[in-house]
Ligand binder design. Structure first.
Ligand code: SF4
Length: 149
């Protein structure tokens, strides 16, 4: 499987109008939902997109995971949690993550079109569905980002 990289996807990777989807075989597709209302855009643009009149930067978030069960219960689903993070990283949502020290939870940096979209993704995280962690989501404006996330 070829990993999508920001430079192979172009502007769409960080655009709030992009929706990523992963097939069962692991291929990642990027759809432009702005194309639904803008006939000048393609629903599945040829990648990489290097210039686009519709581009708008995605909102940024910090997701603070708080473990609610003993670490052994958390680690029992950690591999599934990391696979979830990796999948949505390929789709351009999760940008960085780490377990907190001491291990009371995790920290995830994410980009998404809006809070509701990220809520839906976080709700399917194996930590959440297994009931071993709760998630606190903090939204912040990307205007003050320095260098690349
Ligand atoms: S608006 Fe442009 S940059 Fe954004 S997802 Fe659509 S094609 Fe990509």
């Amino acid at each position: 499987m070829v990993e999508p990289r920001p430079d192979s996807v172009g502007l769409c990777f960080g655009c709030r109008w992009k929706r990523g989807a992963t097939t069962r075989r692991g291929s990642v597709f990027f759809r432009c939902v702005r194309a639904d209302v803008d006939p000048g855009l393609a629903r599945y643009p040829a990648l990489p997109v290097l210039a686009c009149h519709g581009y708008e930067v995605a909102m940024l978030f910090v997701v603070l995971m708080h473990y609610t069960r003993p670490i052994e219960a958390v680690d029992a689903v950690r591999a599934a949690h990391v696979a979830h993070l990796e999948r949505h990283a390929r789709e351009g949502v999760f940008r960085a993550w780490a377990r907190r020290s001491p291990p009371s939870g995790g920290v995830i940096v994410a980009a998404a079109s809006d809070r509701a979209a990220l809520d839906r993704i976080v709700a399917t995280d194996p930590y959440i569905t297994a009931g071993v962690a709760s998630a606190e989501i903090v939204e912040f404006n990307p205007a003050n980002v320095r260098l690349a996330l």
